[in-house]
Write a protein that binds this ligand. Structure first.
Ligand code: M3L
Ligand code: AKG
Length: 456
C-alpha cells in the first residue's frame, strides 16, 4: 500500500462504505440546474487557470449546489509523506499534507481536550515535534497512522482528508438543506408542528421545517408569554436588544418603532441596522380585542430572489453587490447602524449560494455607492420590491392565540396590515448561530457533526 495511490476502485469502495456510515439524510442535490448553469452577467471575470468547477462553486446563485468529486480524490501514502489529489477534477495534481497540519489536527486526548474539544497544544511555539517519522495504513487504507519524530502517534481516516474542503462538509458544517421555495400557495398546507410533540420530542422537527421552509407554526400552545418564552429557550438563548429580551408588546409606542403602533408594515426583515440581524424571530398573538385587521404576511425571500435571478440577473447582481445601511434611531440615546453596508442579497463567500436577505424599506439609512450606483440600485430594488409585493408571493394569514409562528429572519420577510383595537403580541429573537447549532444538534448524527466541525 505504501507508495502507490489507492486505486480508484479501492478508493471508490472505501468511500462508498464510508458514505454508508454518513448521515442517511439526503444531502442537497444539485438543485434547479438552470440556476446553477445560468451565469449572471459576466461581472465575475475569472483569472486564467481557475477551473470551471471552482468558478461554478463561487458563482453567486440563489440556491446551494453540491459539487461532486470528493470521493474521486486520491490519497498517496509514502513512508514519510502523505499527499491528497487536487481540489477539483480538473486538477489531478497531488498536494502534500504537512507534518505541522497533521500534528495540529491530532485528535488524541493529549492534544485535544476530550471534554471541550479544544486544542491544548500549540504547533507555532516550536516545542511540538511535527516531523513525520513514518506513516502506515490499515483497514485497506481507510485508516492512516502517523508517527512523529517524538513517537507521538495520530490516526486520520481517508474520508476526512478527502472531504476536508469539499462542499459536502461545508453543507454539514452550516446545516445546509435543500430549501423548499414557496409562495402564497403554501397557505393550503403551511409547515407546522404540535406543541405537545415539541414538549415530548424536542425542537428537532420544528427546526428542520424552519430550515427547509424558512418558517413553521406551533399548534396547540398555551396562549401565554410564559409558554412562548419557554418554547424559545428550548431552541437557544433569547437575544437581548434595545427592545429588551423576550418581547410582549402592544401599539403603545413603548418603543419608538412602528412595530409598536397600529400601522401597516410592508414585508421586511428585522434588524437590518445590526451587523448581524437575528436568526429567528417568533410572533405569538396573545389577544386582539375591540378591533380588526392586523393580518400577517410572510414572503419567501429566497424564492423571490430566485425569481429575480431568473427574470433579471443584472438586477440580482446589483442587489448582491451594493451595500445598504439600516438604522434604529427612534429611542432616546439609541443610534444603531451596522459596522458596514451589506447588500440586500448576501452569498456564502466560498460556496456562492444565497445565505441572507436583508430588506427593510422603513429602516434603510443609505446605499453604499455614488449617485450613478444609487440609480442602478434603485431600479434593481424596484424589481425586488415589485416581486415581494405580488399577492402570489405573499402568504397572508391571521395569527391566532395559541399558534405562534417562528421564522428564519435571514430568509423570510414578514409584514402586517394596519389594525384597530387592542392587539397584544409576544415573541423573541434567537441568534443565527444558536439556531443553526440547535438545528445540527437535533437533526444530524454525532458522526456528521464531528466530521464537519474541526476539519483543520
Ligand atoms: C420584534 N420587536 C417588536 C421587538 C421589535 C420590532 C423591531 C422592528 C424594527 N423596525 C426591525 O425591523 O428590526
Ligand atoms: O405586529 C406584527 O404582527 C409584526 C411586528 C413586526 O413586524 C416585528 O415585530 O418585527
Amino acid at each position: 500500500m505504501i507508495g502507490e495511490p489507492l486505486s480508484r476502485r479501492c478508493a471508490a469502495q472505501l468511500s462508498s462504505s464510508a458514505r454508508k456510515t454518513t448521515n442517511p439524510r439526503r444531502l442537497p442535490q444539485v438543485w434547479s440546474a438552470s440556476y446553477a448553469s445560468q451565469a449572471p452577467d459576466q461581472v465575475n471575470t475569472w483569472p486564467k487557470g481557475i477551473s470551471l468547477e471552482r468558478q461554478h462553486a463561487r458563482m453567486i446563485r440563489p440556491v446551494p449546489v453540491v459539487l461532486s468529486g470528493a470521493h474521486d480524490r486520491l490519497i498517496r501514502v509514502n513512508r514519510t509523506s502523505l499527499e491528497v489529489q487536487g481540489q477539483s477534477s480538473a486538477d489531478a495534481s497531488y498536494i502534500p499534507i504537512s507534518g505541522r497540519w497533521l500534528r495540529d489536527n491530532c485528535g488524541c486526548n493529549q492534544c485535544r481536550n476530550p471534554e471541550t474539544g479544544q486544542r491544548q497544544m500549540n504547533v507555532f511555539k516550536g516545542v511540538v515535534n511535527c516531523d513525520i517519522a513514518r506513516i502506515e495504513t490499515s483497514k485497506g487504507g481507510a485508516l492512516i497512522h502517523v508517527t512523529f519524530g517524538d513517537e507521538h502517534q495520530t490516526t486520520f481516516t481517508q474520508e476526512q482528508l478527502r472531504l476536508r474542503s469539499h462542499s459536502e462538509t461545508h453543507y454539514k458544517r452550516h446545516g445546509i438543506v435543500q430549501p423548499t421555495m414557496w409562495n402564497a400557495g403554501i397557505s393550503s398546507d403551511p409547515p407546522s408542528v404540535e406543541f405537545a410533540s415539541v414538549e415530548k420530542e424536542g425542537v428537532g422537527l420544528l427546526l428542520q421545517k424552519i430550515r427547509v421552509y424558512g418558517f413553521c407554526f406551533v399548534d396547540g400552545m398555551p396562549a401565554t408569554p410564559e409558554a412562548t418564552e419557554s418554547l424559545l429557550t428550548m431552541i437557544g438563548p433569547i437575544r437581548n436588544t434595545h427592545y429588551g429580551g423576550f418581547y410582549d408588546f402592544t401599539s403603545n409606542l413603548s418603543s419608538k418603532d412602528t412595530a409598536y403602533t397600529n400601522e401597516s408594515l410592508e414585508p421586511h426583515t428585522d434588524n437590518t441596522y445590526f451587523t448581524e440581524p437575528t436568526g429567528l424571530q417568533a410572533l405569538h398573538l396573545l389577544s386582539h380585542t375591540d378591533g380588526s385587521g392586523g393580518q400577517s404576511s410572510l414572503v419567501d425571500g429566497f424564492g423571490v430572489a430566485a425569481q429575480l435571478y431568473e427574470s433579471d440577473p443584472k438586477a440580482y447582481r446589483f442587489l448582491s453587490t451594493y451595500g445598504v445601511l439600516g438604522h434604529a434611531s427612534g429611542n432616546e440615546g439609541i443610534s444603531i447602524q451596522p459596522s458596514h453596508a451589506v447588500p440586500v442579497l448576501s452569498h456564502h463567500p466560498r460556496m456562492g449560494f444565497l445565505e441572507q436577505v436583508r430588506w427593510n424599506n422603513a429602516d434603510r439609512a443609505g446605499i453604499d455607492g455614488n449617485f450613478t450606483a444609487v440609480e442602478k440600485w434603485y431600479s434593481a430594488a424596484a424589481k425586488f420590491d415589485a416581486l415581494i409585493s405580488k399577492p402570489e408571493n405573499q402568504y397572508v394569514f391571521q395569527l391566532q392565540p395559541g399558534r405562534p409562528v417562528i421564522f428564519d429572519n435571514w430568509r423570510c420577510l414578514h409584514g402586517r396590515t394596519a389594525f384597530t383595537g387592542k392587539r397584544r403580541m409576544c415573541g423573541g429573537y434567537i441568534n443565527r448561530d444558536d439556531f443553526i447549532s440547535k438545528y445540527r444538534a437535533t437533526n444530524m448524527t454525532e458522526e456528521d457533526i464531528r466530521a464537519s466541525t474541526v476539519t483543520g
